[in-house]
Structure formats: structure tokens, C-alpha cells
Write a protein that binds this ligand. Structure first.
Ligand code: PLP
Length: 388
């Protein structure tokens, strides 16, 4: 049978779209996997008349397949793949002009903070940080020249929850754009465009790729002009993924739902251990009823994700020791893949935020819970906590 419109969310489930959207059987061979198309240039039929592809930076069939697949998962009309989460972030932020102001959450990915404060601010982009878990704080932070608000939810690494619909209301009420970095939740658990966001950004290096073997970024939007502007930047700036990177990301996406189900379940077992352990001070996980963002998380997410943070009762030195004391959990930056990772954000991923409003507690540990056997994960962490 001919390829159906597998991108249609009204007909097909998330899981089916993850496998089939944008992934037509290769017409020349019937191959069920989209080929890695390495060509950098494409034959034209007549001058200016081509089959949809001209030059490899501008567009590539493997990349186009990934873009259709991931856009479908975000419920977006348009999707654009980038070489990294940072280059996707950069493309969206490049729509600001000198003198424009941006509101950033006071807990955010360190690299996003670095790009804004160290690269864009010296070029004339103004910014301020606000507690975006409170929509009134966003309204209070709004200035006459504010054009955009940048939301992460759940946030990295404190796992705060920001109400996307309430943020959209404030941003749109002031004529601004709401951008949501959906890296932690993934479209499987949370679809920001349906909640009112204008643009969704991803580091596909994390859950989307899911195997710690490809760096990538993605932008999704329903705005036709927005998409055209971003496509101009994608081509004009040139931070595009290689065909092989696009293939790996696409391959990872196909199993996102099953990986995420298992990772969420394993994270809950980890949270249970942490809550009952005397070496642990505070557990930060939106699935806990006492978490300040729990009610909003229930409203806008279908599960609570597999990132778990906590503070170590004995302080910074003990937290550092703990991070080096596990074996199933690997001490490493990054997150979202099949293997469990542990890190100390203050000295690792969020070092660039030291001394800023985005600084994190020095006794904080962040876990990315993987899909290993749940008993192995829990036993490893328990042994390490007992050793403190
Ligand atoms: C990792 C990450 C990024 C940056 O993505 P890269 O692929 O590393 O460039 C942006 N936002 C969040 C929330 C991240 O975790």
C-alpha cells in the first residue's frame, strides 16, 4: 500500500507518528528506513527547477524526513533541524534586534544563559531573569521593549514547573512571543504549542536522540512567517545537522515513547528511595504532591519525566563525593539517554551561572534516570548514599 499521511495527529497516535511520519518507504527500493542521503547538490531539471532540493545546507532529504517526523510529534506545521540545541536556540534568539528585551527564567540551561549573557548581550540584546513559576512575576518583568519570554519547564536543574498557558496569556497580552524549551519533557509528555507557545526549542541531543551518540537541535512552530524567518536563518547562518546526525536523531525518535515510559517508571522508584534516605535533604521532582509545581505539571504534562534532583544533607563536599561514588549511574554531563547519569550542576553543567541570578545550590545533585534494570539503579544509588 502507498504511504499514508502518517503525520496526521487526528488519525495516528504519537507512537505511530514517531515511526512513520516523514519516513516514506524509499521509492526506488522499498527500503523501510529513510536512506542517509549524502549528496551536497541535487540535479536540476531546468534552470531553477528542482525536485525540492538544491544544495545540502539549504535542504537535505534525510534532514527533511526528521523535520517532518519531529514536527508531527510536536503538533507543529513546521519543523527545522539544527546542528545542536544551542544553534536552534541561537536561531530563535537571532530574531531579536539590538535594544529588544528578553525575559529568561531564573532557572535555565547554563548554555542558554551563557549565549544570552555573554554573546547576545554585548551585541545589544537586553535581558532580565524572573521567577517564571509565577505568572505575575512575568507580568512584572515585562518592559516596553520586551519581545520574547524564554521558558524551560521542567527547568534545568531545579525541576521547577512553569505554567505554559498562563505564560502565553501574559506574553500575548503584551504582544510578545512565548518560546518553550521542551528538552526535558519531550513532545511525548508535553506539547507546548497546543498550550499556547509560539515556538518550541529542543536539544535533540537528549531524549529525542536518546542514546548519547548525536548532538542536535530542533525548532517547531505553527507560524508560517516565523518558520520562513527561521528557515532563512537555518540556511543563512548554516548551523545544520549532517545527514548522518539527522538519521541518528530520527532513529532515536522512533523509540521515544517506550524509552520515556520506562524512564519515568524508573525515576519514580529512585524518588521513593531518595525520600526515605537520611542522607538526602530535599527531593525535587514534579511528580511529588508537595512539589510547588505539581498541580501545573498534572495539568500540562502526561507524566513527570525522568530527571530527578536533590540536595545532599551533609553539604557540598558530600554531594561531590556522592557524584563519584556510583557505578550504574555514570558521572557525566548531559541527560535523557538510555544510560543513567549523575552530576553536580554547580561545578559542571551550570558552572557558567555561578554568581548570577541563575546560580544553583552547591549541594545539589541531578540525576538523569535511564532504562537499566530498576533494581540495579536503586541499589547503586542506595549504596552510594549509605557511604556518605
Ligand atoms: C542540553 C540543553 C540545551 C543545549 O543543547 P545542545 O544540544 O547541547 O547544544 C538547551 N536546553 C536544554 C534544556 C538542554 O538540556
Amino acid at each position: 500500500m502507498a504511504d499514508d499521511d502518517f503525520a496526521n495527529a487526528e488519525v495516528y497516535s504519537f507512537e505511530t507518528r514517531a515511526i512513520r511520519a516523514g519516513q516514506p518507504h524509499d521509492p526506488s527500493s522499498g527500503a523501510v528506513v529513510t536512506p542517509i542521503s549524502m549528496a551536497t547538490t541535487f540535479a536540476q531539471l531546468e534552470v531553477g527547477q528542482h525536485r525540492g532540493f538544491e544544495y545540502g545546507r539549504t535542504g537535505n532529504p534525510t534532514r527533511a524526513a526528521l523535520e517532518a517526523q519531529m514536527a508531527s510529534l510536536e503538533g507543529a506545521a513546521h519543523g527545522l533541524a539544527f546542528a545542536s540545541g544551542m544553534s536552534a536556540t541561537d536561531a530563535v534568539l537571532r530574531q531579536l534586534r539590538p535594544g529588544d528585551h528578553l525575559v529568561l527564567g531564573d532557572d535555565a540551561y547554563g548554555g542558554t544563559f551563557r549565549l544570552i549573557s555573554k554573546v547576545l548581550a554585548p551585541m545589544g540584546i537586553e535581558w532580565s531573569a524572573a521567577d517564571l513559576t509565577d505568572p505575575d512575576a512575568l507580568a512584572a518583568a515585562w518592559q516596553p521593549n520586551t519581545k520574547m519570554v524564554w521558558v524551560e519547564t521542567p527547568t534545568n536543574p531545579l525541576l521547577n514547573v512553569v505554567d505554559i498557558a498562563a505564560s502565553a496569556e501574559v506574553a500575548h497580552g503584551h504582544g510578545g512571543l512565548l518560546v518553550v524549551d521542551n528538552t526535558f519533557a519531550t513532545p511525548y509528555l508535553q506539547q507546548p504549542l497546543a498550550l499556547g507557545a509560539d515556538v518550541v526549542v529542543h536539544s535533540t541531543t537528549k531524549y529525542a536522540g536518546g542514546h548519547s551518540d548525536v548532538v542536535g537541535g530542533f525548532v517547531a512552530t505553527n507560524g508560517d512567517q516565523q518558520a520562513a524567518d527561521l528557515a532563512f536563518l537555518q540556511n543563512g547562518v548554516g548551523a545544520v545537522p549532517s545527514p548522518f546526525d539527522a538519521y541518528l536523531t530520527s532513529r532515536g525518535l522512533k523509540t521515544l515513547a517506550v524509552r520515556m515510559d520506562r524512564q519515568c517508571a524508573n525515576a519514580k522508584a529512585v524518588v521513593e528511595l531518595l525520600q526515605g534516605h537520611t542522607a538526602v535533604d530535599r527531593v525535587l521532582y514534579p511528580g511529588l504532591s508537595e512539589h510547588p509545581g505539581h498541580v501545573v505539571a498534572v495539568k500540562q504534562m502526561s507524566d513527570f519525566g525522568a530527571m530527578v534532583s536533590f540536595t545532599v544533607a551533609a553539604g557540598q563536599a558530600a554531594a561531590m563525593r556522592l557524584a563519584a561514588a556510583t557505578t550504574v549511574f555514570t558521572l557525566a554531563e548531559s541527560l535523557g539517554a538510555v544510560e543513567s547519569l549523575i552530576e553536580h550542576p554547580g561545578a559542571m553543567t551550570h558552572l557558567s551561572a555561578a554568581g548570577s541570578p541563575l546560580e544553583v545550590p552547591d549541594n545539589l545533585i541531578r540525576l538523569s534516570v535511564g532504562i537499566e534494570g530498576v533494581d540495579d539503579i536503586v541499589t547503586d544509588l542506595e549504596r552510594a548514599l549509605d557511604s556518605l
